[in-house]
Design a protein around this ligand. Structure first.
Ligand code: BEZ
Length: 327
């Protein structure tokens, strides 16, 4: 099977500008850090199947889950050089390079997972995606959702005051680091594949995680307190290498965008349905100390976070407006 780069190189060597639509079968590589059973990975698989049937097998997608191609920072670098064709990445990773993406992580911006979905689906988010090509050399194909963020802790904690001094694993991105720093915790950035061992061997006291993975990976067997805060949403963005995109025909560009955005968007309805079900299962699991804290204890940290990020991410004002309009 040819990769897209091989097709393009062959065209260049032949001295002709041949649009991809005219070439033979092409397989695109798509990387993610989530495991095969995860909603994002299943969306990537479904996108690949749809693309193949829409193009009668001419365009295929080979999905590499579980960080087989590297962590998200490494995948973005590969996308920039054209060594990787596509990825479904966290908006968190993008916020490390395009600060406006940090606006998604305003603490308690969304009331619940369904509200997060309405924010993500709103029209101005498309303008945010339009920053990607110029800022980092990737093209946004679509946006979807992960579940809301919760806290799993080995020490028994009842609200935000209990986080003081705790080493808490975070996804490596600055808005989340700033949130936990404001709460007096010691945020410890760590990519998803390392989290289970770090919690099991005591390298961290607590983790920031979503209900899907708390349930699937049974983190509560290593740290029994599950504090349900819904403190942040966690969007996923489908991106394609700008270099690869430039070699596509207009027809193929439309095909990739239409189908990737369709399957990413479908994750929003999935999480709206599944997030509450996973939380109910976690609550009922033996040995779980399920805590629903008063959110007052987070108030001061929210104020600090807002002060820092309203300067760094001008989109924050816009996303707050969207949140109000979609309540
Ligand atoms: C995490 O870093 O916690 C994470 C990353 C991708 C999907 C879900 C969770």
């Amino acid at each position: 099977m040819k990769t897209i780069r091989n097709s393009m190189i062959a065209a260049l060597v032949a001295g002709a500008i041949v649009p991809l639509a005219a070439t033979a079968e092409t397989t695109m590589r798509l990387g993610l850090i989530t495991p095969p059973s995860h909603v994002w990975t299943k969306a990537a698989d479904a996108f690949g199947e749809d693309l193949s049937s829409a193009t009668e097998g001419r365009l295929k997608v080979q999905v590499f889950p579980s960080a087989q191609l590297g962590n998200e920072a490494q995948m973005i670098q590969q996308l920039q050089t054209g060594a990787l064709d596509m990825a479904f990445v966290t908006a968190a990773e993008l916020s490390n390079r395009v600060p406006d993406f940090g606006a998604f992580y305003a603490p308690f911006l969304a009331d619940d997972v369904a509200h997060a979905g309405r924010i993500i689906r709103s029209e101005p988010i498309k303008g945010l995606m339009d920053q990607l090509p110029q800022a980092i050399g990737v093209v946004g194909l679509g946006i979807g959702e992960g579940g809301m963020r919760q806290i799993v802790s080995r020490p028994d904690i009842a609200d935000a005051t209990g986080l003081g001094g705790l080493k808490i694993r975070i996804t490596p991105f600055e808005p989340l680091r700033d949130f936990y720093t404001a709460l007096g915790a010691a945020p410890t950035p760590m990519p998803l594949p390392s989290v289970y061992d770090a919690l099991a061997n005591g390298q961290v006291d607590a983790i920031d995680m979503d209900a899907e993975l708390i349930w699937q990976m049974k983190f509560f067997e290593k740290a029994p307190t599950v504090m349900v805060t819904n403190q942040m949403m966690f969007p996923v963005v489908g991106v394609m290498s700008g270099k690869v995109w430039a070699g596509l025909s207009d027809e193929d560009k439309a095909q990739f965008t239409e189908l990737a955005s369709k399957h990413l968007d479908a994750t929003i309805d999935e999480y709206s349905k599944l997030d509450p079900e996973w939380l109910a299962q976690i609550k009922a699991a033996p040995g779980v100390n399920y805590v629903e804290p008063s959110l007052d204890s987070f108030a001061e940290a929210i104020t600090q976070w807002d002060a820092a990020w309203s300067e760094r991410a001008p989109f924050l004002a816009e996303i707050r407006k969207i949140a109000d309009e979609t309540r």
